[in-house]
Design a protein around this ligand. Structure first.
Ligand code: HEM
Length: 413
């Protein structure tokens, strides 16, 4: 299948069927992507830290306490290259791309992590985030206006997907009209690129080129935007290197698009398939904020990885240096030892210490913005379209691997 403007193959690489999830799991398996919940339930009951040799090998914890403990295990577990499960390929070009444009702070350990995170936090404070609310609301209203008269829409492709790239563009100060390009690039890195190195290398290069050009432009003409702010910042009296700024912009694009698109899409999928929950929010929109937390818990999209630095015993297994550990935040959120009726989506749930945004030093820096986008996107949708459901025979497709969410969501109203 070739479905990109650059003619690259975006179909996930195919793999052998899984016989034993405890010793041979595959996060790219279609069953895992479609419905990972019973798989995690089984593993928790028998082999809570599963292992696989696939994709160069990794460990998969499934219990809340274990995932939280592992996410806090710094410096024993590192976030530097690679933070993703790498495809089985000796890809030197990719390794070069990685070393020149990294993605700080997510791809760094302390002390680099500490200052590179501090650099971006002001841009994501509650107050700074609020400033993006009018833009986000107008954007959602404009998108809805484009399809409301049709009575049907692909809510993933034509709505959820359209929001985060424009909000990130607004925040970074780059052209929102490039939104389609951003989506394609991010898909190339985080979607198909996870299992196809040539796709990932290609799109990493595009992102790097784009931001290096934006940086050159801001140096000549500083603006009131985040790229200019990052270029004006100093670390120990020295300007932040251009490549670091490009790496951080790369991260914000990659971290901010697929994740939030997936969460908005999963929330709309839930409401399209659970009419009581949809009605609950239509009748009382003040319940939306709480509902968003539950939808984040239940359909947490992001699974990152860490690399073991030294031999470590953990819950009866031995991690060796170089082993990869998946930070299974989505699985932790479904652990019945941590959440009452963990597999029930209860939009009025009160005790909800979910880890959809991670935990520890790498906890999502953009969580305020992600919540704002979800609240505005779902709120505006319900206001304009209070009744909707899946189209008959709808072919809903989900992306999986390390960011899970619906990619086609045909609904009617
Ligand atoms: C619902 C949407 C989102 C979800 C579920 C999510 C989830 C996560 C998770 C789980 C991590 C931790 C990764 C780890 O432990 O290695 C993370 C980190 C991060 N996220 Fe998000 N994210 C979302 C949206 C965003 C947005 C909109 C932005 C900003 C544009 C953003 C920026 C970041 C950054 C900068 C980090 C790295 C923080 C660090 O390493 O210190 N995220 N995110």
């Amino acid at each position: 299948m070739t479905d990109t403007s650059d003619g690259l193959d975006f179909a996930a690489a195919t793999t052998e069927p899984v016989e034993d999830w405890a010793t041979d799991y595959d996060i790219f398996d279609p069953d895992y992507i479609a419905d990972p919940f019973p798989i995690w339930d089984d593993l928790r009951g028998g082999c809570p830290v599963a292992h696989t040799d696939r994709w160069q090998g990794s460990w998969l914890p499934t219990k809340y306490d274990d995932v939280v403990a592992l996410a806090r295990m710094v410096p024993e577990l590192s976030s530097t290259d690679p933070i993703v499960v790498k495809p089985p390929s000796d890809d030197t070009a990719d390794a070069n791309a990685y070393s020149t444009v990294n993605a700080p702070p997510i791809s760094s350990d302390p002390p680099v992590h500490t200052w590179s995170r501090r650099l971006i936090l002001p841009a994501f404070s509650p107050k700074a985030t609020e400033a993006h609310e009018p833009f986000t609301r107008q954007l959602c209203q404009d998108l809805i206006a484009q399809f409301i008269d049709r009575g049907e829409v692909d809510a993933a492709g034509e709505y959820a997907q359209q929001i985060p790239p424009r909000v990130i563009a607004h925040l970074l100060g780059v052209d929102p009209e490039r939104a389609d390009d951003f989506v394609e690039w991010v898909n190339g890195v985080l979607g198909a690129g996870l299992s196809r190195p040539e796709v990932r290398t290609h799109y990493r290069g595009k992102i790097r080129e784009f931001f290096m050009a934006e940086i050159a432009d801001r140096k000549a003409n500083p603006k009131d935007d985040l790229i200019s702010e990052l270029l004006a910042a100093e670390i120990d009296g020295e300007p932040v290197p251009d490549l670091h700024v490009a790496g951080t912009c790369n991260l914000l694009l990659v971290a901010g698009i697929d994740t939030t698109w997936s969460s908005i899409g999963a929330a709309l999928w839930h409401l399209a398939t659970h009419s009581d929950d949809r009605q609950l929010l239509v009748d009382d929109p003040s319940k939306l904020d709480n509902a968003i937390e539950e939808l984040l818990r239940a359909y947490a999209p992001v699974t990152m990885a860490r690399v073991v630095q030294e031999q470590t015993e953990f819950q009866g297994v031995t991690f060796e240096p170089g082993d990869k550990i998946l930070m299974n935040f989505p699985g932790a959120n479904r652990d019945p030892e941590a959440f009452e009726n963990a597999d029930v989506v209860d939009l009025e749930r009160q005790r909800n210490r979910h880890v959809a945004f991670g935990v520890g030093i790498h906890r999502c820096a953009g969580s305020n913005l992600a919540r704002l986008e979800m609240q505005v996107a779902i709120g505006e949708f319900l206001k304009a379209i209070p009744e909707f459901h899946l189209a008959e025979g709808a072919n809903v497709t989900w992306a999986g691997g390390q960011v899970r969410g619906p990619r086609k969501l045909p609904i009617v109203f």
